[in-house]
Design a protein around this ligand. Structure first.
Ligand SMILES: [Zn+2]
Length: 259
């Protein structure tokens, strides 16, 4: 089974490199340089590029990687992805070249209009590559989608098995958890998670991946329908909210201005 390695890029991105034998695939290579350096130092050959959405910090390295390794590029059908050879949408299944690794595609729009995610498994169980849709302790900004779309996308991810490890593309966890604590100051699991993840960052370790079980217990964007969270959102809005999507929209707005 393949191993999944974080390659830090820019100030807070993670490019996920998946290796098996002498081959590797990368998920969302915003920058080619750190990927090429890792491949070189480990004696690996790139066999595929896997893309979740069109933002530059996710696709900016495609051209330079393709110049060195002319490999298949998997990406969302509804977005423009440099070098894309395989246009994907929900229901598609791919086998990553070189790794023989099977991934299933989910449509998870909201951050961008055509954002997709990939679900598969490694030796330790289920994994999901979610780009900028679900973050550890948070969710992506709504640049191209509506709150209803994003809430639906997060609902799809939240329905995956509890042990699924969630590979998002940014180290935003501590800021997200501080906001989550403003929403749910009494959430004991959240307090414990913030201590645990603060300790990881103090030791220079990634907080990603998290598990879906952790996200369901502590991520306010998956908890908008919980009575306590709904009540907080309603108080924040100063009006009666209709449903969990309405509460989600209020919490997303609140986070946009939270410092
Ligand atoms: Zn993005």
């Amino acid at each position: 089974m393949p191993a999944i390695i974080p390659i830090p890029a820019f100030s807070d991105n993670y490019i996920w490199l998946v290796r098996e034998g002498r081959h590797a695939a990368v998920v969302d290579p915003g920058d080619a340089a750190p990927v090429l350096a890792y491949l070189e130092s480990e004696g690996l050959t790139l066999s595929a590029i896997v893309t979740t959405h069109h933002h530059g910090d996710h696709v900016g390295g495609n051209a330079a990687l393709l110049a060195r390794f002319p490999v298949p590029v998997f990406g969302p059908a509804r977005e423009t992805i440099p070098g894309r050879t395989h246009a994907l949408a929900e229901g598609d299944e791919i086998t990553v070249p070189g790794l023989g690794w099977k991934l299933r595609v989910l449509d998870i729009p909201g951050h961008t209009a055509g954002h997709i995610g990939y679900v598969g498994s490694d030796a330790n169980g289920g994994v999901a590559f979610v780009g900028d849709t679900l973050f550890a302790g948070g969710c992506g900004r709504l640049f191209e989608g509506t709150p209803a779309q994003m809430a639906d996308s997060l609902g799809k991810l939240a329905a995956l098995p509890a042990g699924t490890r969630v590979y998002c593309a940014h180290e935003y966890t501590l800021a997200n958890l501080r906001f989550a604590l403003a929403v749910e100051p009494g959430n004991v699991a959240l307090q414990a998670r913030l201590r645990r993840d603060q300790d990881k960052r103090d030791r220079g370790l990634p907080t990603v991946p998290s598990t879906l079980a952790e996200e369901r217990a502590t991520n306010p964007f998956l908890r908008a329908g919980e009575p306590d969270v709904f009540a907080v959102a309603q108080a924040r809005a100063g009006r009666a909210l209709m449903d969990a999507v309405d509460a989600f929209a209020v919490i997303r707005e609140w986070k946009n201005g939270f410092r």
